[in-house]
Ligand binder design. Sequence first.
Ligand code: SF4
Length: 700
Amino acid sequence: QQKKIQSERVYDTQCPYCSMQCKMQLIEQTVVSRKQYKTVGKDNPTSQGRLCIKGLNAHQHALHRSRLKQPLKKVDGDFVPITWPEALELIAKNVNEIQAIEGKDALSVYGSASITNEEAYLLGKFARVGLGTKYIDYNGRLCMGAAATGANQTFGMDRGFTNTIEEIPHTRCIILAGTNIAECQPTIMPYFERAKENGAYIIAIDPRETKTTKIADLHLKNKPGTDVAIANSLLKVIIDHGLTDEQFLTSRTNGFEQVKQHLLAIDLNQTSEQTGVPVDQLIQAATIFGKEESGMIFTARGIEQQLDGTAAVRSFLNILLATGKIGVPNSGYGAVTGQGNGQGAREHGQKADQLPGYRSIENTEHRAYIANVWGIPENELPRKGVSAYEMFEKIDQGDITGMFIMCSNPVVSNPNANFVKKALEKLKFLVVADMFLSDTAKLADLVLPATSYLEDEGTMTNVEGRVMLREATFPVQGEAKHDWQIICEIAKAIGRGKYFSYQSAEEIFEELRIASKGGIADYHGITYDRLRHEQGVLWPCPTPEHPSTKRLFEYSFAHPDGKAKMVFFANESSPPKPRPDSDYPLILTTGRVMSHYLTGEQTRKSHSLAAQNVEAFMEIHPDTATRYNLKEQALVKIESAYGEIIVRSKWSTTIRKDTVFVPFHWTDSQNVNKLVSNQLDPFCRMPGFKVSAVKVSPVN
Ligand code: SF4
């Protein structure tokens, strides 16, 4: 018999996980004097009311009993609760002591792509104006670095999608390069399924068979790390078959002739040998894409988290430009962002090299504009620091001795994770603001409790570049504070409060609007009021009257001459990727599973999600497993030159025989990032997560 619902309350919010930022509602019901909760989807232009399994169960982590509800100070290795005034006093004391002796740059800030635009903006300002340090970067460097740098260099600007997702069902051909959207951004899949129903030809490029490759008409199952070679060979075929758009190339691009000369010298048979993709498949993919009247290319971490990730992105963009499939209806590029605010978090100044509005920290005019907005002399604005992973190298070298980490778990998510842990243990003072006592928080001297997506109001910018308002109104848990409040209170404690006297997220957004005005990522025409009425606005939006930018590059690219820049990249990367050899004979690649998100710190707290995948695993072909004496479902040790882990073997006949796959959502002895090298992409400083050389052996 159904129990009577005594009362019901509905809270509007947005999913805290992926870049689709699906609108949702938490329904709180009181039944027999006990509260029960469920999450349902809410209609909006992108997710259209859909939610995936992660969103449906997101409240389970936000309401979890292990949420941090008061500040914790480490005393003799154990955490003890303290008050907020005590926590802030401790921070002020350590900041003053460290900076007095070692200088301002001894302190550093590590941010996140899961925080709101307001908080990303404020964290960048806090590092430069509050602490006065040049050392700030964020976890998006490990995620969006290559796509952002690639688009910036080719187009002159970086907004994830050049079109709205509404155009996807109407395109004629789609290339999905290294993206498993069916598991990573599930609610975008219906757009691709509708495209297929409408007759679109879908080409997937992925070393693995996934839920996404299943919808493809053609799957180029390449060796991991050979994406530049794939893109080059596709464009070579397009040129050889006379399928380029000469009028577009002449009027809208620079550099094609140089690219063409290099491509003419490429031997398709050699490319086929290098990539493992048959020549006829390369020709089929290229000619269909070249011949169709419209086409879109989507890239994600599969091709981007490589030592030549920027080169791979730019090589695929060359294909779009050579065929004139950009800036026109139903054609364009999409960098399928992973993290919830992967787009917005890279626009407002928490990157080492950037200021708000996607301005450059090394550009004199840009520096002067932002210094004026912030009310400081331009010469007090620090210069460029280093990328996320390189900050841990700076700690190891003794240059950085204090760090503030917000909403991030770098000890699990960074490459060469054993090294990162040792580096964090060397710090004199580590403060972590988080919802949970994550693996990183456990290393801290002080942990500050932060609010969840249910409680924290602010804007997020989704995968398309659509700015959306998350009106979170759920009561704050315990003494947790919003990330922006934490930043303001620390600034006040260290004597910089006059620059951080905000009373609401909206007040910060009003300053962000000014700071972004005239920049590439121009939010000046966007207001909370507008977002409430329009269900999101796509930037650039320079004035309140501006209608929102649904399609980029219709008339001009963002470089000063209005043209896109095409550049050729060689098939072999520099620095070279790890190669299998007699010591480490297999290629390891990594990725996600549908039920988990990032380091799993939140999703593993959800019993419904944890039940889907309780532990990490290594996908391996049965023939390869037999060669190394590995039984199905048995424990296996995986070793690289950087570390070792132990996970369970999972046989799969669909994975390449030279490759194994391990998802990255687990910690400790199951953290696959311990095996990843410390090498970085020379352009964007992205680590090469997707290719490691490993050996495997049974655990007896
Ligand atoms: Fe939507 Fe992504 Fe959340 Fe799933 S994880 S509900 S697709 S925002």
